[in-house]
Design a protein around this ligand. Structure first.
Ligand code: PXG
Length: 463
């Protein structure tokens, strides 16, 4: 029996408050409020210990692409654990699941990326990448090419390298980040920052900041540019159509590596295997995690293109880097079972041609709601911008984040998990969501918007 079922909720909550430091949490406030104890998941549904059921509009945390409760993955994990739960990949050893997974990923990844370096998470993948790009250039006799250009409000993880590559000011404000050698340019966030420009004009402008920054720093100092195809945690920022072609042009003309962070966009989220396929990006390096195992076990990887591999493999010396759990056989078995489900059930194609368009139509219609300034979505990743004075894009709510949190809490009460980023509401449901479940999600989202609207009117926060 699952351990959460053995103890009364009050007891769990109290122990949680005393002993468990949660990620991205005001510890004291949570201890006072008490957390929800999640106990069960099935398909797109999760249930807490009070018996409340929620439609999981965030797929766990942008990861449970095949939905909850897939016994096929549990069986694969069980079988692998009984055979060989763990062995390392150091000292000239390897294991079958990790080999098969690396081989499988090489058939799925864009740009002929034929090699995988395994790790435990997206953050670790980006740590590996920072090491690898600097190593790459130093092997080519250019050790001064060590600066990585990244974007404001990008998210690349929570370790020192991940959070530094990321452009979250609040994260940087704690713990001395960004670390040296990382600089940030603007994000292609037309809704908030596009001013009077058309999305297409703004997309070009934002992309050309990369060119300007390379010129400013000197091409001999710049190692790489890293970006998410669609910014996830930053608020599902879908770039204008002009953005990625221009970035690709700049990267092709300049001697720098292009890193597409696919931790959220990968494994079908956009209706293609990777966001890079969706935008025709040709990355040199690609961090992946989340949908790799659908979150059933923690695992990440860096996909490495032949351009980089020729140098770091070709040199014939040791790369002094790796993790205990690099190529963990049980995690790899979970990933293989997960990928088998995605393929067998045609989930990528389903997002492109069936549930994606079906869902998008209803989601985009929420843009008509008086509280919503913009509804946007690609594949099954979308956002609603909440605004105080529609149709103006300029006016924002005072005290950024307050309205988003109110709406998020109402959504939970209505049995729908949406995530709030600032004052936008985010959705990224499991790719297995059925048509009637999509309808239900939209019903609950609409109810949530209506109730939020009333609360804001009552509090005098709407114009
Ligand atoms: N890159 C991207 C694009 C991510 O979204 C990471 C790297 C780091 O992965 P790990 O596995 O180290 O967490 C992420 C993770 C949120 C939220 O609140 C998003 C993430 C993680 C935690 C919270 O939206 N993304």
């Amino acid at each position: 029996m699952a351990s959460s079922n053995l103890y009364p909720t009050a007891e769990l909550r109290s122990a949680d408050a005393r002993h468990y430091l949660h990620p991205f949490t005001d510890f004291k406030a949570l201890a006072a409020e008490g957390s929800r104890v999640m106990v069960r998941g099935e398909g797109v549904w999760i249930e807490d210990s009070d018996g409340n059921r929620y439609l999981d509009g965030m797929a766990g945390l942008w990861c449970t692409n095949v939905g909850h409760g897939r016994s096929e993955i549990a069986d694969a994990v069980h079988d692998q654990m009984k055979e060989l739960a763990f062995y390392n990949s150091f000292f000239k050893t390897t294991n079958a699941p990790a080999i098969r997974l690396a081989e499988k990923l090489s058939t799925l990844a864009p740009n002929g990326m034929s090699r995988a370096f395994f790790c435990g998470s997206g953050s670790e993948a980006n740590d590996t990448i920072l090491r690898m790009v600097r190593y790459y250039w130093s092997l080519l006799g250019k050790p001064s090419k060590d600066i990585v250009i990244s974007r404001v409000n990008g998210y690349h993880g929570s370790t020192m390298a991940g959070a530094s590559l990321g452009g979250m000011k609040l994260m940087h404000s704690q713990g001395g980040m960004p670390i040296p050698g990382i600089v940030h340019i603007s994000q292609p966030y037309w809704f908030a920052e596009g001013g009077d420009l058309s999305p297409a004009e703004f997309g070009l402008l934002a992309a050309r900041e990369l060119e300007k920054k390379i010129d400013e720093l000197g091409e001999n100092r710049v190692a790489a540019f890293i970006a998410e195809p669609i910014q996830g945690a930053g608020g599902v920022i879908i770039p204008p159509e002009t953005y990625w072609p221009e970035i690709s042009r700049i990267c092709a003309e300049r001697e720098i590596l292009l890193i597409a962070d696919e931790v959220i966009c990968g494994f079908g989220r956009t209706g293609k295997w990777f966001g890079s396929h969706y935008y025709n990006i040709k990355p040199d390096l690609m961090p992946i995690a989340k949908g790799l195992t659908s979150g059933y076990l923690p695992m990440g990887a860096v996909m490495v293109s032949d351009r980089v591999a020729e140098v770091v493999v070709g040199i014939g010396e040791e790369f002094f880097h790796g993790y205990t759990y690099s190529g963990h056989p049980t995690c790899a078995a979970a990933a293989l079972a997960n990928l088998a489900i995605i393929e067998r059930e045609g989930l990528v194609d389903r997002v492109a041609n069936d549930i994606g368009p079906y869902f998008q139509k209803q989601w985009l219609a929420l843009g008509d709601h008086p509280l919503v300034g913009e509804a946007r979505m690609v594949g099954l990743i979308g956002a609603l911008e909440l605004v105080p004075n529609k149709p103006s894009r300029r006016e924002k709510f005072a005290d950024t984040g307050k309205v988003g949190t109110i709406c998020r809490d109402i959504s939970f009460k209505n049995g729908l998990v949406m995530r709030a980023t600032r004052d936008s509401m985010i959705i990224s449901p499991p790719l297995v969501i059925k048509h009637d479940e999509a309808d239900e999600l939209i019903r609950r989202a609409t109810k949530t918007l209506d109730e939020t609207h009333h609360v804001l009117q009552a509090q005098g926060l709407m114009r």
